[in-house]
Write a protein that binds this ligand. Structure first.
Ligand code: NAD
Length: 435
């Protein structure tokens, strides 16, 4: 009689005897490794970057959300190890694929990392394996790109092996929600695939949300991130509207937010950054273009958000003008270059655009960021300078781009000769303190 792989995998989940493989050990993969190990599984991590594998094996974490002490505990107990040897992809019972999904230069989806990982898995796939795509991507990727590649092995999905999509929703640096307590949406190619993926993840994630297909799960993730992009775009446009009308946008937002239903507070800022919000909606826009449909909200929000650095640079120009100065030759101190507060990630950070635009106008730009000691981005190389009252006083204008919580905003507000605060953080914190 043919083996019932579904029952076998569910039993291995219950006994925690399933070996979990995580492919791609970055911001998403490493926290998943930690949660799977915490749940009692043994985890084998795969990455194509030797340095990443070496540090994981030394119990040293390169991801802020996974403290090294925690990782070292699992490594020491033999619960976590990592390898660059992709010929070992046949060993785990479950393979969670957490590779990057960037955009190409023409802002089309670049699924080459998913294709490469799928090719590697296809070479070693064996009966009784579950493959889960966690990377954010356009609807149809799991069924149209991965399934045919994996079925070329001669194995049948839902019977010999299982395939599902379950996007990671982790919000790096969030002190309240992390991989374990953020509900996880998952959709299998067949009902058996859904049952298996739920059984494997149940011990590691508090709330699982099964949906009827991988496409529904893929779209849920894109809806979430498009929702954020569109609402940030809306509130950024409202900031411009209020500015032109001479009304304080923050007062307007706070007043609107007193409505106990039907309103959700978003705040304006320097634009959007990170590996998700600026990129993911374009995956959906691209897919819809292939079906002759233009997703207008996505385009408009992207346009408004990407113009915000220019808006803030105009504010710097105006602030310098008040002191009868030009941007050219002025000393400008940028505070915060990470794409959001309290994290060490500069991917797609609007701070890069702000700095580049100021330099193009001849500004002499320095920055301070406690999380980013230095960076090299598309021709820009800068080192963080220490932050003290003398340096703040020496700047012709201070520009707050990212409001890390550890900084002394009172001092910034007091000492800066001119201040452009894209996050309204000095006023907000001063008001909070006064209360
Ligand atoms: N960073 C976030 O906040 C976040 C949140 C939710 C979802 N996501 C999504 O998760 C996915 C991964 O993002 P990330 O931020 O973890 O990326 P990352 O760049 O931090 O990590 C990806 C890792 O995958 C490795 N890799 C690349 N190709 C590989 C291959 N063929 N085989 C094995 N390893 C390979 C890289 O070396 C890297 O270490 C993306 O689709 C992203 O959109 C990211």
């Amino acid at each position: 009689m043919a083996k019932n792989w579904e029952q076998e995998l569910i039993a291995k989940a219950e006994s925690r005897k399933a070996l979990i493989g995580v492919v791609g050990l970055g911001y998403v993969g490493l926290p998943l490794v930690a949660e799977m190990a915490e749940a009692g599984y043994t985890v084998l991590g795969f990455d194509v970057t030797q340095r990443v594998v070496d540090t994981v094996n030394q119990g040293v974490s390169h991801v802020q959300d996974v403290p090294s002490e925690r990782l070292a505990r699992y490594v020491k107990a033999g619960k976590v190890s990592a390898t660059t040897d992709l010929s070992r992809l046949g060993e785990p019972d479950c393979l969670a694929i957490c590779v990057p999904t960037p955009l190409s230069k023409s802002r089309d989806p670049d699924v080459s990392f998913i294709l490469a990982a799928t090719d590697s898995v296809a070479k070693t796939i064996r009966p009784g394996q579950l493959v889960v795509l966690e990377s954010t991507t356009y609807p149809g990727t799991t069924r149209e790109l991965m399934l045919p590649a994996l079925e070329r092995s001669g194995l049948k999905v839902g019977q010999d092996f299982f395939l599902a999509f379950s996007a990671e929703r982790v919000d790096p640096g969030n002190p309240r929600f992390h991989t374990r307590n953020t509900p996880k949406v998952m959709g299998g190619i067949t009902p058996a695939c859904s049952r298996v993926v739920v059984a494997i993840y149940q011990p590691a994630i508090e709330t699982l949300v099964p949906v009827s297909s991988p496409e529904a799960a893929e779209l849920a993730k894109l809806l979430e991130n498009t929702f954020r992009s569109v609402n940030i775009g809306l509130v950024n446009e409202m900031a411009i509207v209020c500015d032109k009308l001479g009304v304080d946008v923050w007062e307007v937002i706070d007043a609107a937010a007193t409505k106990p239903f039907g309103f959700m507070k978003f705040t304006p800022g320097p634009g959007v950054g990170g590996h998700c919000i600026p990129l993911d909606p374009h995956y959906l826009a691209w897919k819809m273009r292939t079906l002759n449909y233009r997703t207008r909200f996505i385009e408009v929000a992207g346009e408004v958000n990407s113009q915000m650095p220019e808006y803030w640079v105009e504010k710097v120009t105006a602030a310098l003008n008040q002191q009868s100065k030009a941007v050219k030759g002025s000393k400008l101190l940028v505070i915060g270059v990470a794409y959001k507060p309290d994290i060490d990630d500069i991917r797609e950070s609007p701070a890069m655009d702000v700095i580049r635009l100021l330099q193009q106008l001849g500004g002499v730009v320095e920055y301070h960021d406690p999380y980013i000691p230095e960076f090299r981005e598309e021709g820009l190389t800068l080192k963080s300078v220490p932050l003290d009252a003398a340096r703040v006083r020496a700047a012709d204008c201070v520009v707050i781009v990212t409001d890390h919580s550890s900084l002394d905003y009172e001092m910034l507000g007091r000492e800066a000769r001119a201040l452009v605060d894209t996050r309204h953080t000095v006023a907000t914190r001063t008001k909070r303190k006064a209360k």
